[in-house]
Design a protein around this ligand. Structure first.
Ligand code: XMP
Length: 317
């Protein structure tokens, strides 16, 4: 029988054997998989694990700071890199979803490669790849997946010449969560909704600017906090706000406004392949809508997405 306790024990022993005194670099994304992979590797090789966490400026509000803090709290040897401006520059003027994805993948590799280079004599690249990623070999979540989907674009960066160690590549998501729990990882990290590697860039339809990111972060934070307070966050597979490239007329006092629309999306799913929209209570939607419209400058209308997958994907881009 598979138990998370025996998995942890045998995997740590195997990693010690395999890695010896070698150094490993690993990109953390804030998501479940890379976090669990990092803690397992850390328990096996300690300070020889060098974690890199990149702020691409497309994360949720305050996410970079708070996640970096919890990583440090877990004793991980983690370096946070502020690369916001590099990502915004690369995205400037791009509207096509695939072009945005490619630009983000390219910059991520550049930033990661630079940082990995600073670790002397590193031999291995650690990745949080899980079993479904292996069979699909498509991009799912986090930096590891981003690397895979873009590594054949142009020449291989230097870190691709590293040997790869993927301690979770036989596990399904629920098993990864159980392993994480056994390792004592913060339930807030383990219970996270999936979040795409390109982040808010694919939730801002059309071109991405730091101003739009700031607006969407505020609306998204109000949305997610309300889901948590109402006790529905854990019942939802994935939720997020989308910034629509649509302006509509509103009134505020005696003034006519002409501002943007935010769409709320929440889905139930088992694996992300198919999904149903969540029947969130009207009262909760009303509260979220009011809070967003009253507090987020630049938004005067909130709509709710009632489309299931297929045919509508979870993300809008
Ligand atoms: P869709 O939108 O295809 O999304 O229904 C299915 C799941 O995949 C995530 N997703 C991505 N994850 N890079 C990622 O790392 C991407 O480019 C990407 N696109 C979609 C999405 O958030 C959902 O969990």
């Amino acid at each position: 029988d598979w138990t998370s306790e025996s998995f942890v024990e045998t995997t740590i022993a195997a990693l010690k054997e395999k890695l010896g005194d070698d150094k490993v670099v690993l990109g953390l994304s804030g998501g479940v998989d890379s976090s669990v992979a990092a803690v397992l590797l850390h328990q096996a090789i300690g300070k020889n694990l060098y974690c890199i966490f990149v702020d691409n400026g497309l994360l949720r509000k305050d996410e970079f700071e708070s996640v970096l803090q919890s990583y440090e709290g877990m004793g991980l040897n983690v370096r946070g890199i502020d690369a916001k401006q590099r990502f915004y520059d690369a995205l400037s003027g791009l509207s096509d979803p695939e072009k945005k994805r490619k630009a983000i993948g390219r910059v991520f590799i550049e930033v990661f490669d630079d940082a990995a280079h600073e670790v002397q004599d590193v031999k291995w690249l650690g990745q949080g790849t899980i079993y479904p990623d292996v069979i699909e070999s498509v991009s799912v979540n986090g930096p590891s997946a981003t690397i895979k989907s873009h590594h054949n674009v142009g020449g291989l960066p230097d870190f691709m010449k590293l040997k790869v160690v993927e301690p979770l590549n036989t596990l399904f998501k629920d098993e990864v969560r159980r392993v994480g729990k056994t390792l004592g990882i913060d339930p807030n990290i383990l219970g996270r909704h999936p979040f795409p590697g390109p982040g808010l860039a694919i939730r801002i339809l059309g071109d991405v600017t730091p101003e739009k990111v700031a607006i969407l972060q505020q609306a998204d934070a109000i949305y997610i906090n309300n889901l948590r307070q109402a006790g529905v966050y854990d019942k939802v597979w994935q939720a997020g706000a989308i910034y629509l490239p649509v302006q509509s007329v509103g009134v505020m006092g005696d003034e006519r406004t002409y501002e943007n629309v935010v769409c709320l999306r929440a889905v139930e799913s088992l694996d992300g392949m198919t999904a149903d929209w969540c029947h969130l209570p009207y009262e909760l939607l009303a509260k979220i809508s009011n809070e967003i419209i009253n507090n987020v400058k630049g938004i005067n209308r909130v709509v709710y997405d009632i489309s299931s997958k297929p045919p509508a994907t979870i993300e809008w881009e």
